[in-house]
Design a protein around this ligand. Structure first.
Ligand code: GBH
Length: 487
């Protein structure tokens, strides 16, 4: 393996922003306190579906460590704290006639936001990070039903109204691809619906509509007084052709990216509609298997509403997949795409089966986004790596951040990608969804055997805070990989 290396030097443009992220269910705990109702992940974990039957009932207990956690954020010198608001704390019983707003929930997030601002940290708020009120799932069918759209928009309205005087960056959704595919298709995530034929596409359709409605609500009702920005966070692997010079592999990689990122990005940042190749392939397979049409359609008015309905693209980026064409009658993802995904055995692994260290892929996918969406404004809203023991001497994580951030620097400086900020994942070791407490992303270790959930800085916390302070790399003595590794 030949690796081209150079010193990791250079800084980001002035005004480049840095941040650190969490999400409500993964860190808050206090699952049944102060009027909070149950959400789909409470049910999923109480049904024993997560690894080792772990639950997020208490997690890192951030709910009761508010001031302490803000100090951990402050020690990193970052501009932004990205966190999510739990719908079930704000409107615990959305299907009840009264649909009341829970003041204790409003108070909690007011305290958090005020504490951040007092410490010169800007809140960067995710409205929905997967914790759907259970009643909306059980009584209405969750994101499979268009009835949920109005509930979501009303919830977002309550947030803008209560917090918008201080919150200037909003994300409507975290990772619709994961919500719809893993929640309603493969059933690996809550609400664990296994119906890969129709439901993921219906879910995606409803989420896109809820997103667009919310964006326009903000513009109409709040923008003039609040002057904030509303975006959406999408996730994707860098899709790289398995055989780089093979035209059908290149086409397969392109198709996989359109089905993954393009599913949500093309309606919002592109044409206002789903990618052509996605429409074509789903139709082709539906015909072949004599199925009813599966991908819902937008009418002209809906397309108008979707096109341009975000002030920026939030991107969660961790890894790369190798893609080759593969014809199959299997439905869903990646069956509908007619591709096979794999990984290079030479890539460094992590504490998660899906996460391989491919820093060059970060730069590659940012260039794909630049080309495809007319150099849209991007914030990296997540990037990070796991182990399974949460060691304090996390040199592998230091190396991961060094290499990924260096490739980001090249994307911004050499390629002109319009990335405005970088938010690392994650502040703390979290409850990692179906993987329970087993996969650890934190810059701070959490002692889950301690009732007080003691936090301790890992080596990576110090390293990241130095990058943030220097706005990049100054006199980093290590070498960074310049190109991708070539065999
Ligand atoms: C993010 O998802 C989430 O926003 C965040 O809450 C989470 O903690 C973090 O990443 C780490 O997982 O097991 O082969 O089916 C990242 C995107 C997409 C990564 C789905 C895991 C599972 C692939 N995720 N993927 S597989």
């Amino acid at each position: 393996v030949k690796v081209t290396s150079e010193p990791c030097n250079g800084t980001f443009p002035d005004g480049f922003k840095w941040g650190i992220a969490t999400s409500a269910y993964q860190v808050e705990g206090a699952w049944n306190e102060s009027g909070k109702s149950r959400h789909i992940w409470d049910k999923y974990t109480h049904d024993g579906l997560a690894y080792n039957h772990d639950r997020g009932d208490k997690a890192g207990d951030s709910y009761h460590h508010l001031e302490e956690d803000v100090q951990l954020v402050k020690k990193l010198h970052v501009n932004y704290y990205r966190f999510s608001i739990s719908w079930t704390r704000i409107i615990p019983h959305p299907t009840k006639q009264s649909k009341g707003v829970n003041n204790a929930g409003i108070d909690y997030y007011n305290r958090l936001i005020n504490e951040l601002i007092k410490n010169d940290i800007e809140p960067f708020v995710t409205i929905y990070h997967w914790d759907l009120p259970l009643s909306l799932q059980e009584e209405l069918g969750g994101w499979n039903s268009s009835d949920v759209i109005d509930h979501y928009v009303r919830y977002a309205d309550v947030l803008f109204n209560n917090f918008g005087d201080r919150v200037k960056h909003w994300l409507t959704f975290n990772e619709p691809w994961v919500i719809c595919w893993m929640g309603y298709g493969s059933a690996e995530y809550a609400p664990s619906v296994k119906e890969p034929i129709f439901t993921p596409y219906r879910c995606g359709h409803n989420i896109l509509k809820a997103h667009a409605e919310t964006y326009h609500l903000y513009k109409r009702k709040y923008f003039k007084t609040q002057q904030g920005k509303v975006g959406i966070t999408l996730n994707t692997d860098n899709m790289h052709p398995k055989e780089e010079k093979n035209a059908s592999h290149k086409a397969a990689a392109e198709r996989a990216q359109q089905f993954n990122l393009g599913w949500f990005a093309n309606p919002i940042f592109g044409t206002g509609d789903y990618p052509e190749v996605m429409k074509e392939y789903i139709m082709k397979k539906s015909r072949k298997l004599k199925l009813l049409p599966r991908l819902p359609t937008f009418n002209d008015e809906e397309k108008q509403k979707l096109k341009g309905s975000a002030d920026f693209l939030g991107l969660n980026q961790y890894t790369t997949s190798l893609v080759e064409p593969y014809t199959t009658d299997v439905i869903g993802y990646p069956g509908d795409v007619d591709v096979k995904l794999s990984h290079d055995p030479k890539w460094k692994t992590s504490g998660s089966t899906w996460l391989f260290v491919t820093p060059w892929g970060f730069r590659e996918v940012l260039n794909w986004i630049k080309r495809e969406y007319n150099n849209v404004r991007v914030y990296i809203t997540e990037n990070g790596i796991t182990d399974n023991n949460g060691t304090l001497n996390d040199v592998f994580r230091v190396r991961y951040y060094r290499e990924y951030i260096h490739n980001l620097l090249r994307a911004v400086r050499d390629d002109g990608c319009n990335v405005q900020g970088y938010i690392a994942w994650c502040l703390l070791d979290t409850f990692e969804w179906s993987s329970g407490n087993h996969e650890k992303f934190g810059l701070y270790q959490v002692d889950f055997s301690d009732p007080n959930r003691k936090r301790t800085a890992k080596k990576s916390a110090g390293y990241y805070s130095r990058i943030v302070r220097d706005n990049g790399f100054k006199n980093d003595e290590e070498l960074c990989t310049r190109e991708k590794e070539v065999s």
